[in-house]
Design a protein around this ligand. Sequence first.
Ligand SMILES: NC(=O)C1=CN([C@@H]2O[C@H](COP(=O)(O)OP(=O)(O)OC[C@H]3O[C@@H](n4cnc5c(N)ncnc54)[C@H](OP(=O)(O)O)[C@@H]3O)[C@@H](O)[C@H]2O)C=CC1
Ligand SMILES: Nc1nc(=O)c2c([nH]1)NC[C@@H]1CN(c3ccc(C(=O)N[C@@H](CCC(=O)O)C(=O)O)cc3)C=[N+]21
Ligand SMILES: [Mg+2]
Length: 306
Amino acid sequence: MGASHSLSPAPSAAVETRPIDGKAFAAGLRDEIKAEVASLKASHGLTPGLAVVLVGEDPASQVYVRNKGQQTIEAGMASFEHRLPATTTEAELIALVDRLNADPAVDGILVQLPLPKGVDERAVLAAIAPAKDVDGFHVVNAGRLAVGLDALVPCTPLGCLMLLKHHLGSLSGLEAVVVGRSNIVGKPMAQLLLKEDCTVTIAHSRTRDIAAVCRRADILVAAVGRPQMVRGDWIKPGATVIDVGINRVPAPDLGEGRTRIVGDVAYAEALGIAGLITPVPGGVGPMTIACLLRNTVTAARRRAGI
Ligand SMILES: NC(=O)C1=CN([C@@H]2O[C@H](COP(=O)(O)OP(=O)(O)OC[C@H]3O[C@@H](n4cnc5c(N)ncnc54)[C@H](OP(=O)(O)O)[C@@H]3O)[C@@H](O)[C@H]2O)C=CC1
Ligand SMILES: Nc1nc(=O)c2c([nH]1)NC[C@@H]1CN(c3ccc(C(=O)N[C@@H](CCC(=O)O)C(=O)O)cc3)C=[N+]21
Ligand SMILES: [Mg+2]
């Protein structure tokens, strides 16, 4: 057969990769939430309130807590910040959570993770009233999500799902691979994708030939915490890539001692291969906070019965 009649595919033209603007999408969501809060206030006298508990001095956590507080107030909600020293005991923390559970002005409680060594995270999360668990980390909410009941859903996977549905429409039948199996990102992400009728694979540190597993994905979600681990040749051409990773790495090009934030995906390598990709920063992170505000409004409505 002559070359002009070859049945093999032409050398594939590079895919045009479109970045997903999570920052803009989150700003739009916050505008909607702000309008909803104003109408709840006008018609029911209800002001949703979010309490954030930060233990210790973790610099990254301080940034997120500041952003959360600002955006909560901008949305017209009440923000309660509790900053405690790293020496706070588990009993003191649980006593604070109990007070917040009983406080009628508080609709949502978020205990920023990680907690200092010596504090049992599970015990603290278990103390949060499920109706105020706007992170969706309590076993009651995790269980409700798993069996298909209404639940407060963890903010990061919820934000990822909103981006996916907005850009892809129906996800039914798509191959989804989630890299990472944490209780706060990987597992609930897999549950949400399953609910959308994806065929879901969860990969983790023991997965054999992870590159080949990832290459099956129409939707690839990276939630690992390893800078740029997912390489360009792990991505199926045209796939949608959601990069959850927030990794602070040295950036000597910016100057001595400077750092920058990168994701779990080698973004530059993904360009020309992925169809859609979330950048870091400006992708999933802003969606997490917007979904936290949304969950706080949801919790406030349910508690008020409206
Ligand atoms: N953008 C946002 O809003 C948010 C971002 N994050 C970021 O997302 C990332 C993940 O967070 P989180 O889920 O809490 O992290 P965890 O450390 O709790 O979980 C990481 C997961 O990645 C897996 N893993 C680790 N190394 C490898 C490897 N070499 N190959 C394959 N899998 C691996 C682990 O597997 P195993 O279970 O086998 O150990 C584990 O399941 C972090 O960068 C975090 O900062 C987190 C929350 C919100
Ligand atoms: N109980 C609890 N719930 C959490 O949801 C939780 C937590 N603990 N501990 C830490 C992680 C991390 N996390 C982020 C939130 C927002 C951005 C964010 O806004 N990122 C922006 C800015 C990034 C920057 O420059 O710092 C972006 O990606 O564009 C990132 C990460 C929530 N977490
Ligand atoms: Mg109130």
